[in-house]
Ligand binder design. Structure first.
Ligand code: FAD
Length: 375
């Protein structure tokens, strides 16, 4: 039975009078806020633990030059309208939108709390962050990918005397003026970086695979087909690919100048090794570069769930309903949102709803079993 105290004041993350929560949401990006909204509507006692000091999820950390017009689109949070697509900085506008949403819906936020690990203590989940811990019957993991950037290893990488940056470090185009920049990666971020840099400075591009371009309109059907590909992987317990990696790449008006300069045609397959002043291609030729910008993506930030042994032998976490659901097949108390097919703002919204229902189902199951009682 819902305890009905979900929106009462919290003291150090423990709802007044409740020592075992019905649920905990870890992460307060789009996915975590959506989950919390739906849990609240179902009257399920929970707190949202978030590692950041302030609202905004990963959007807080995106580069200053990224405006709301540049982003592919931030979907509206449940029960709200989407933030405007204007010239405002995304790292200001989205955090403000999330902050207002948290307040309007009185979501039970606790921050900053960086969760280190989650253990199973005789049927109760113990969520630990340093010397603090919370006990809960179910868990919604909404930790995104931003805190887990992926950097591939190439021979000689540590000998490079220039600058190596990942997408998470991107300081905006002005930083690169007068520098020879090699952008590595075949995703949407690489395309955007080249669009911004090629008109300003000498820019090269290397990708592992030939990029797949799409010139047709990106219809909802095409989006659904791309999401279905990721679902198939998650249904098999494979590590998820990003949705963008299976949609194909498109150039937007902002990238047309770089296209006119031939920056996208000059793409090369990956280099063989890195040397102090540049990179050596597979054919033996050498390219001097000042900066290597690794736009090589992210992996799900789920290391804290390792003690629960949710991963399949294939390396990913298998989700129910053929990968369309949010419930971990190995442990129905755990929901994953913003993971695999739901790693977009629109997918995260839907996943939040599905997760709240999954929590409700799991609570029904534990209540049918003998339970330790709340105080
Ligand atoms: C460069 C870039 C541009 C993108 N542009 C778009 C776009 O235009 N439109 C779109 O739909 N999608 C876009 N995406 C994808 C989109 O950002 C995400 O799918 C979605 O916003 C992620 O929401 P989330 O809630 O899953 O994660 P996040 O927004 O990353 O939020 C995760 C939260 O969890 C917290 N957290 C992480 N680990 C812990 C921990 N151990 N303990 C406690 N808290 C933790 C973090 O502090 C953070 O607040 C983009 C992604 C990237 C990388």
């Amino acid at each position: 039975m819902p305890c009905g105290t979900w929106n009462k004041p919290v003291a150090d993350g423990v709802l007044l009078g409740v020592s075992i929560l019905d649920s905990i949401v870890i992460g307060a990006g789009q996915a975590g806020l959506s989950a919390s909204y739906h849990l609240s509507r179902l009257g399920i006692s929970h707190v949202v633990l978030d590692a950041d000091d302030e609202p905004g999820g990963a959007w807080r950390h995106r580069w200053d030059a990224l405006t709301m017009r540049d982003v592919h689109g931030v979907a509206e949070l449940p029960g709200d309208t989407a933030p405007p697509r204007d010239g405002a900085r995304a790292n200001v506008a989205v955090p403000a939108y999330f902050a207002a949403y948290e307040r309007a819906h009185r979501l039970p936020m606790v921050r900053p709390v960086a969760v280190d690990r989650v253990d199973d203590d005789d049927g109760i989940l113990v969520v630990r962050a340093g010397d603090r811990h919370w006990r809960t019957r179910t868990l919604v993991n909404a930790t995104g990918t931003w805190t887990h950037p992926f950097l591939p290893h190439y021979p000689g990488m540590e000998t490079f005397l220039g600058e190596q940056l990942h997408t998470v470090d991107y300081p905006g185009p002005a930083h690169f003026l007068g520098k020879r920049v090699l952008v590595v990666g075949g995703g949407a971020s690489a395309v955007q970086f080249i669009g911004a840099l090629a008109p300003l400075t000498e820019t090269l591009w290397a990708t592992r695979r030939e990029p797949v371009w799409r010139n047709d309109d990106f219809t909802p059907e095409a989006g659904a087909a791309a999401v279905a590909l990721v679902e198939q992987r998650v249904a098999q317990g494979l590590p998820p690919q990003s949705v963008v990696s299976v949609t194909g790449l498109m150039l937007r008006p902002q990238e047309r100048e770089a296209e006119r300069l031939g920056a996208y045609d000059a793409r090369r397959p990956m280099f063989a090794r890195i040397e102090p002043d540049g990179v050596r291609w597979a054919d033996g030729s050498f390219e001097r570069v000042d900066v290597i910008l690794w736009a090589t993506g992210f992996r799900p930030a789920i290391g804290h769930l390792a003690p629960l042994h949710l991963r399949s032998a294939a390396g990913g976490i298998q989700l129910d309903r053929d990968g369309r659901g949010t419930t971990a097949v190995k442990d129905p108390r755990i929901q994953l949102v913003g993971y695999g097919p739901s790693a977009s703002t629109i997918g995260a919204n839907r996943a939040g709803r599905s997760a709240a229902k999954g929590v409700q189902r799991a609570l029904g199951a534990v209540r049918d079993a003998p339970l330790q009682t709340s105080v």
